[in-house]
Design a protein around this ligand. Structure first.
Ligand code: FPP
Length: 227
């Protein structure tokens, strides 16, 4: 089976999952973090090298402050609790987004865990935090202007993105039945295969992951050429 090198996921549907059960939205996110961890293991088992998870978008600041705080605390406690085992399993953590605008405690732990896992090579888990595709492009353009070193082309533009060394995602998965990118990896995803799962993220299982991989296996990637 053809295996993607990089999978990126829009983990959508946490709130609906909780509402359906009469729970607070927060419990959907908590269950979502557990599912994200399981999916990281599935990626590792399949030899997938990069997994990017959309945990908090530049637009998510519009949510109630209590939910924002909960999401940041959840991310922090998830990272803290998983660090020793993930490190042993060869998982490198990286972060994507306007990290400097995050609360200091979270930002500092992101820096710490990036340094701690720098040498890990089995799987890179990239957590998109305060990430927006348009913000990333605008930030890149401003870096180019500040550098004042002439024009760029598509290849050199990539050097100004947040993580220029990371290959573009081969497969972008979105759960919950919604079918749009919502400002996620809009430069990098130009030729990604898209897979929309009709499952809420907290219900996303190993079987659902395998179905996404099977679907990817059947896609013929032509990049605009004739094959
Ligand atoms: C979208 O569902 C989900 C989010 C905005 C947050 C995703 C965060 C996590 C799964 C937890 C942290 C993750 C890691 C990897 C530590 P929604 O709230 O928009 O759901 P809804 O559309 O049903 O309301």
């Amino acid at each position: 089976m053809k295996i993607p090198q990089h999978i990126a996921i829009i983990m959508d549907g946490n709130g609906r999952w909780a509402k359906k059960r009469g729970f607070q939205r927060q419990s959907g996110h908590a269950r979502g973090a557990y599912v994200a961890d399981n999916v990281a293991h599935m990626c590792s088992d399949h030899g997938i090298k990069y997994l990017t998870l959309y945990a908090f978008s530049t637009e998510n600041w519009k949510r109630p402050q209590t939910e924002i705080n909960f999401l940041f605390n959840l991310t922090l406690s998830y990272l803290k609790s998983r660090l020793p085992e993930m490190k042993k399993e060869g998982v490198r953590f990286r972060f994507l987004g306007r990290i400097n605008d995050l609360p200091p405690k979270l930002r500092e732990f992101c820096d710490f865990i990036e340094t701690e896992t720098f040498d890990c090579e089995k799987l890179t888990v990239i957590i998109a935090l305060n990430y927006g595709g348009r913000a990333e492009i605008v930030d890149a353009v401003n870096k180019i202007i500040e550098k004042n070193d002439g024009r760029v082309d598509e290849k050199s533009f990539k050097d100004f993105l947040y993580l220029p060394d990371v290959p573009y995602p081969d497969l972008i998965i979105r759960t919950s039945g919604e079918e749009r990118l919502s400002n996620f990896l809009i430069w990098q995803g130009a030729y990604s295969e898209l897979y929309f799962a009709d499952k809420l993220w907290p219900d996303f299982t190993h079987e659902d992951f395998e179905l996404a991989l099977k679907s990817f296996d059947k896609r013929q990637r032509k990049y605009g050429a004739v094959i």
